[in-house]
Design a protein around this ligand. Structure first.
Ligand SMILES: *Cc1c(COP(=O)(O)O)cnc(C)c1O
Length: 456
């Protein structure tokens, strides 16, 4: 039977009751996380100054399903289940035999998928008596999500915002402040980490790596009053994002199709993982022949140009060492508009899957990305976040390949957020003034020389 539907909607009862933990199904061991001083595997007590115990346990849990707390599920009802939409008008515009579906996370009040984990993290912190959270934000998406989550769970919120974005994107700052957060441009004179960077380069545009250092320091020196919250990369963040893929699986079933290829943009990897991991289970456990494509920026090409090595998560070397594809913790990506993709590393779970051949990766420069974003907006009516537009670019190219080869396929991508706060970037693109930043080989080489040495 031919399915003519365009939007695949679930009801509130279909919001998942448990997150899906891929660690239960990985056919290999993840490399351990190492202590930055000793180079030995860390234990829960090492992370306790930064995270509540519930999240530390989730970080290493092997349980396949981890129950979503009811207060979190209740707030999910404000925007979940998110729609799965078949991009019929885009398909026609491209004249492709491919079927293109996207899961739209931009319907969340904060405008992106990031609220999925922000709410869970705020809940577990509140439950353990924490007074407030510190964090970093790039484009402001994560900061807005955490600011809202902190407000809903009655926590203080301090956000170190990458300085270039703080100035380029004042509206996100205002949104965070409306939710009651304190927003500080990073590098800032408020922390040792910030002061150190400013001493070396007073004009530093900042980076996620620097802002993380500041937020970690602010939590670690608060005497337990504040804890730190990270919006991507870590296992528990990817875990919370699996609500995206769990819903999408049901919705693809409603559509009577199954994806041949799953696509998502990657900064730290959480929105892509959120959509992909529940499908990855099908590939690992059931052997389904499904492809996974992670899309990054040529300005921060961790998968395609980085090395798989232990590295710090931040710039001034305060975090534990994670084994990941990295460009080096001292690398500062060019100030592209997709601020959420300006990160030197990548989620360890995705890195291990990439190394074992379960994922592909591709990198695009931002003009090609904005070209796809505008095409998508004109076909589907949604103005995508610059980050999400990387996934659109790859989905369009996949659909065009399907046409070229005369072989249909089902494409599913994650539209991780809307771009209503990124209109200045669109303006720059439409006026033909958007610069491309190619892969800065020499800077990366220099940064890779700074990788920590770890015992074999
Ligand atoms: C933060 C962000 C990203 C990148 O982060 P991931 O952890 O890789 O998902 C992508 N899209 C949007 C809309 C974001 O806000």
């Amino acid at each position: 039977m031919k399915n003519e539907r365009t939007r695949f909607l679930l009801s509130e009862e279909d919001i998942p009751r448990a997150y899906y933990n891929i660690l239960a199904d990985l056919p290999f061991e993840l490399p351990p996380v190492l202590h930055p001083a000793t180079g030995r595997p860390i234990g829960p007590e090492d992370l306790a100054p930064l995270f509540p115990m519930a999240l530390i346990q989730q970080e290493v849990s092997r349980e396949r399903e981890i129950e979503i707390p009811e207060p979190v599920r209740e707030i999910y009802r404000l925007y979940r289940p998110t729609p799965l939409i078949r991009a019929r008008r885009l398909e026609r515009m491209l004249d492709t035999p491919a079927h293109i579906y996207y899961k739209y996370e931009g319907v969340s009040p904060a405008g992106s998928h990031k609220l999925n984990t922000a709410l869970a993290q705020a809940f577990y912190n509140k439950q353990e008596g924490v007074r407030g959270l510190t964090t970093e934000t790039g484009a402001g998406q994560w900061g807005s999500a955490l600011a809202m989550a902190c407000r809903f769970f009655d926590l203080e919120c301090t956000v170190f915002m990458v300085k270039i974005s703080y100035h380029q994107k004042p509206y996100r700052r205002i949104l965070m402040e409306t939710f009651g957060a304190r927003v500080i441009p990073s590098p800032s004179p408020e922390t040792d980490a910030g002061r150190k960077v400013l001493a070396e380069n007073p004009d530093s545009p900042g980076s996620l790596g620097i802002a993380i250092s500041e937020a970690v320091e602010a939590a670690a020196t608060s005497g337990g009053r504040l804890k730190y919250s990270l919006g991507s990369v870590l296992n528990h963040v990817l875990l919370h994002q699996t609500v995206i893929g769990l819903e999408a699986k049901k919705q693809m079933e409603m559509a009577g199709e199954y994806p041949d290829v799953v696509i998502g943009c990657v900064g730290g990897g959480s929105n892509f993982a959120g959509l992909a991991l529940p499908f990855m289970r099908d590939r690992i456990v059931e052997g389904r022949p499904i492809r996974f494509v992670a899309v990054e920026s040529t300005a921060a090409p961790s998968f395609t140009k980085g090395v798989y090595a232990y590295d710090y998560g931040d710039t001034v070397r305060t975090t534990p060492l994670l084994k990941m594809y990295t460009l080096g913790h001292t690398f500062t990506p060019a100030p592209i508009h997709a601020g959420g993709l300006r990160y030197h590393g990548m989620a360890p779970i995705l890195c291990a899957l990439y190394e074992k051949g379960y994922l592909e990766a591709v990198a695009y420069p931002q003009t090609k990305v904005f070209e796809a974003a505008v095409r998508f907006a004109q076909a589907e009516g949604i103005l995508p976040a610059p980050e999400s537009a990387h996934a659109i670019r790859a989905a369009i190219d996949e659909a065009l390949r399907a046409k070229e080869e005369g072989r249909p396929r089902v494409i599913l991508f994650n539209l991780s957020g809307h771009g209503h706060f990124d209109l200045a970037a669109y303006d720059q693109y439409l006026r033909g003034e958007l610069p491309d930043y190619e892969y800065p080989a020499e800077e990366v080489l220099r940064a890779l020389a700074d990788l920590p040495r770890v015992p074999a």
